[in-house]
Each structure stands twice: as structure tokens, then as C-alpha cells.
Design a protein around this ligand. Structure first.
Ligand code: HEM
Ligand SMILES: *[C@@H]1O[C@H](CO)[C@@H](O)[C@H](O)[C@H]1NC(C)=O
Ligand SMILES: *[C@@H]1O[C@H](CO)[C@@H](O)[C@H](O)[C@H]1NC(C)=O
Ligand SMILES: *[C@@H]1O[C@H](CO)[C@@H](O)[C@H](O)[C@H]1NC(C)=O
Ligand SMILES: *[C@@H]1O[C@H](CO)[C@@H](O)[C@H](O)[C@H]1NC(C)=O
Length: 313
């Protein structure tokens, strides 16, 4: 595992520290903030009881953080920055819950826990609290002092990305085609705006006609851009394997979803996940840890932001 991460960080021209000593560990805060994980868990339980979708929102924020300069909290910095990049603007949500959790964590352990680590823990807790797998989160990430909007536009996949592009974009992050298929299973929870799947439900051939008709009811050809639909047509609030079952019956909401089961290299894995939840859960946990290890800032690099929205002055 060390070798590909090393290579990948050099290729991505991350800070040299990534290659030199990017070692995260689950007990990083054991001495300086032993209550961290229970604080995050308690706050996530509260947040989810207010709005179940918060788990989905924050899982996606973590993904969009990690794919741009590594998991360094860069996505949390206010504009001008990654928040207004095309895949994020008016689409990435849930930042206010990170603020609430950061405030609780600062009250218990001032100045030691990064925003990047808090985000990583919320992604794990949200997944688990919606019925998904759990994993031990390697910690010790530090926060970047800046973001990169153009890199966010370049590195994040679009809902009409084809399989070749998806494999390329995940490959840039050191993630395999199989890991891409596994991580896409996050679409078993959460919602999408109409503008992200309109072309597919009106124009594509590889879509279930009844599913397309259902989605057209609330996503007209013109207007309704921001109207939401569940990505998993059955249970957008439960972390299960319906996502893969839907792909088998051409009920993928995005082109990028259906691309995983469309006669290509990922068909076999999609089929396996559709009838083997244990396999999906195990692989998802492992892939989340790997995604969370993308080029973290460690040691003396970066900083512990006092406010997740702005770099320290
Ligand atoms: C494979 C390429 C991917 C593409 C093209 C993609 C694209 C999208 C799009 C367009 C949305 C809807 C956004 C909106 O309407 O505002 C969405 C939602 C979501 N994505 Fe992805 N995504 C991908 C992979 C992932 C991965 C790897 C994760 C996490 C591990 C993830 C987690 C989510 C979640 C949880 C939601 C629902 C968010 C909510 O309800 O607010 N996605 N994705
Ligand atoms: C982001 O969305 C707002 C509307 O909410 C818009 O005014 C702004 O131009 C968008 N920013 C970018 C960079 O596209
Ligand atoms: C942002 O990323 C682009 C690649 O998209 C790169 O050329 C540029 O140097 C980066 N800017 C900063 C400030 O890191
Ligand atoms: C995938 O999309 C890219 C970018 O739009 C395009 O250049 C390429 O030809 C497409 N590949 C296939 C196999 O459709
Ligand atoms: C709706 O979304 C489409 C596709 O992104 C865009 O071309 C159009 O301008 C949007 N319409 C409105 C009213 O925002």
C-alpha cells in the first residue's frame, strides 16, 4: 500500500511531506483529545435526527475534499475557493454541521483537532448511523491554508462522466476501478437535483422506461432544476445495496451510475455487490480508509484551523 500512495503523491505534486511522513493513526488524539470521537458521534446523532440527509451531505463533502489536494479540509474554506467550483456550487451542503461539531470539539480540546479530521469522522459516523459499515478512521490530518477551485473543476467527476473518465479521475487519486465502483455505492443514500439527471431521463436508451417516467414527473424538460429526487429510488435514507440492484435493472440515476453496469469492466463487481451486502460493506470501509489517506497534510505542514471557514491569520 505504501508504494502506490507514495507514487501517487509525487505524481499529484502534493507537498513533499505527503511522501515523507504521511502517517495517520487511529489513536492520534488519544492523549490530547480523548473525547473527540464521542463528541462527533453525539453531534452526528443529533444532526441526523434533525435531518437524515445530513449523513449523505457530509459523506459527499468528504469525497470532494479528498479529491482536491488530498483530505486537507480545503473544501471547507469560504469563497473564493472550492465551494464555488462547478461540482460544488449550490450543491455541496452540510457545512454548518461541521461548524457545530468543531465548536464542541474546540470547547473540549482547544486548538488541536483539524477540520479535515472532523470531516473524516462525520463521513464514517453518518455511514454507520444510516445502517452502513463502520471503520476505524486514521487521524492526524492537518488543514490546508488554501484551496484550489480549478483543481476541483478538473478532478471531480460529473454526472455524465463515462466509465473511461471515471476510471481516469479515480486513478489520479490512486484509486482502482474496483474502488471507484465500491465508493460509488455511497449513492445508496442522499438526493440529487433534477439538472444533474435530466439529460439521462429524457435521452438515454439504457434506462428503465418506468423509472424514467417516474423521474420525469418531478423533473420536467424545462424548469425545476433544483427539485430533488432520491438517488436510490427505494431507500435514500438507508445505507444498503439497493444502489447496485438498481443498476442491474437500469435504474441508475446518473449516467455515471449506469456506466458501472453497461456491458463494461465493472459489471461483474456490480452484480456481486447486488447480492452480497457483506462484501460491499467490507470493501466500502476499506475504500473509505484509502480515500481518506489521499495526500493528507501531516507533521508541521498546514495548520489546525480555528475556524473551518478560513485559514488562520
Ligand atoms: C463516481 C463518480 C461520482 C459522480 C459523478 C457523482 C456525482 C454526484 C452528483 C451529481 C450528486 C448530486 C448533487 C446535486 O444534485 O446537488 C451526487 C450526490 C451524492 N454523492 Fe456523488 N458522485 C460520484 C461519486 C461519489 C462518491 C465516491 C461518494 C462518496 C464516497 C459520493 C457521495 C454522494 C452522496 C452521499 C450524494 C448525496 C448528497 C446529498 O444528498 O446531498 N459520490 N453525486
Ligand atoms: C455560484 O452560484 C451563485 C448563485 O447561487 C452564482 O451567483 C455564482 O456565480 C456561482 N459561482 C460560480 C463560480 O459559478
Ligand atoms: C491549482 O491547480 C491547478 C491545476 O488545476 C494548478 O495548475 C495550480 O498551480 C494550482 N494552484 C494552486 C494555488 O495551488
Ligand atoms: C468518454 O468521455 C470523454 C470526455 O467526454 C470522451 O473524450 C471519450 O470519447 C468518451 N469515451 C467513450 C468510450 O465514450
Ligand atoms: C437549468 O439547468 C440547465 C443545465 O445545467 C441550465 O442550462 C439552465 O440554464 C438552468 N436553468 C435555470 C433556470 O437555472
Amino acid at each position: 500500500m505504501a508504494a502506490p500512495t507514495f507514487m501517487h503523491c509525487l505524481l499529484a505534486i502534493c507537498l513533499l511531506s505527503c511522501a515523507a511522513h504521511a502517517q495517520l493513526s487511529a489513536d492520534f488524539y488519544a492523549d490530547c483529545c480523548p473525547s473527540l470521537e464521542s463528541i462527533v458521534r453525539t453531534e452526528m446523532i443529533k444532526a441526523i435526527s434533525r435531518e437524515r440527509r445530513i449523513a449523505a451531505k457530509l459523506l459527499r463533502v468528504f469525497f470532494h475534499d479528498c479529491f482536491v489536494q488530498g483530505c486537507d479540509g480545503s473544501v471547507l474554506l469560504d469563497a473564493p475557493g472550492e465551494k464555488t467550483a462547478i461540482p460544488n456550487n449550490n450543491s455541496l451542503l452540510g457545512y454548518e454541521v461541521i461548524d457545530t461539531i468543531k465548536a464542541s470539539v474546540e470547547a473540549a480540546c482547544p486548538g488541536v483537532v483539524s477540520c479535515a479530521d472532523i470531516l473524516a469522522l462525520t463521513a464514517r459516523d453518518g455511514t454507520f448511523l444510516l445502517g452502513g459499515p463502520s471503520w476505524s478512521v486514521p487521524l492526524g490530518r492537518r488543514d490546508s491554508r488554501g484551496g484550489n477551485q480549478s483543481l476541483a473543476n478538473d478532478n471531480l467527476p460529473a454526472p455524465d462522466s463515462n466509465l473511461t473518465v471515471l476510471i481516469e479521475l479515480f486513478g489520479r487519486q490512486g484509486l482502482s476501478p474496483a474502488e471507484m465502483t465500491t465508493l460509488s455505492g455511497a449513492h445508496t443514500i442522499g438526493f440529487s437535483q433534477c439538472l444533474n439527471f435530466r439529460d439521462r431521463i429524457y435521452n438515454d436508451a439504457n434506462i428503465s422506461p418506468s423509472f424514467a417516467a417516474l423521474r420525469r414527473q418531478t423533473c420536467p424538460r424545462v424548469g425545476g432544476n433544483t427539485t430533488l429526487a432520491p438517488i436510490d429510488v427505494q431507500t435514500p435514507g438507508a445505507f444498503d445495496t439497493d444502489y447496485y440492484q438498481n443498476l442491474l435493472t437500469r435504474r441508475g440515476l446518473f449516467r455515471s451510475d449506469q456506466a458501472l453496469f453497461n456491458g463494461g469492466s465493472q459489471d461483474a463487481l456490480v452484480r456481486q455487490y447486488s447480492f452480497n451486502p457483506a462484501l460491499f460493506r467490507r470493501d466500502f470501509a476499506a475504500a473509505m480508509i484509502k480515500m481518506g489517506n489521499i495526500c493528507p497534510l501531516t507533521g508541521d505542514d498546514g495548520e489546525i484551523r480555528a475556524n473551518c471557514h478560513v485559514a488562520n491569520s
